[in-house]
Design a protein around this ligand. Structure first.
Ligand SMILES: [Zn+2]
Length: 145
């Protein structure tokens, strides 16, 4: 059974491992919202954090085209690395798929999509989160050979 690439950031919500939600925290003192793991608020240092799940959509805040990926990058190159602002506030950095570079527009709506990435040994398949332009036909999980 494939697992989330990072269970502190992505919770898988169905048996097929094709749906999930991004995770984070909200500070109960100052309302700052954090994506991913946290033990204290980055703004006010309070440790009173409440876990939360984020919505599936955001807007393209910024992006870069990566032509030289880090070692072990399993996908095609070049790829679009998108900084996406969730409606709850925090920003999430991940690949933007199903979109040509020419079609990118700052502020465009994007939605979460999950992909299955095969690890080096076949038992190590991981589900990773990516962005795609919103309002497209629903995605299907892909398995890289
Ligand atoms: Zn705070």
């Amino acid at each position: 059974m494939p697992e989330s690439v990072d269970t502190r950031r992505l919770k898988l919500t169905n048996e097929e491992r094709t749906e999930g939600v991004l995770l984070g925290f909200r500070c109960l003192e100052c309302d700052t919202v954090i994506f991913g793991p946290g033990t204290f608020c980055q703004r006010c240092t309070s440790a009173k954090l409440e876990p939360m799940e984020f919505s599936q959509t955001g807007i393209l805040y910024s992006y870069t085209v990566v032509r030289i990926p880090s070692a072990g990058w399993p996908g095609p190159v070049p790829y679009i690395l998108a900084q996406v602002e969730l409606s709850e506030g925090p920003q999430v950095l991940a690949e933007l798929v199903d979109c040509l570079e020419d079609a990118l527009e700052i502020g465009m709506p994007v939605e979460l999509t999950l992909q299955l990435v095969q690890g080096e040994d076949s038992s190590a398949a991981k589900v990773v989160y990516k962005w795609r332009p919103a309002n497209q036909p629903s995605p299907t999980a892909e398995v890289d050979p």
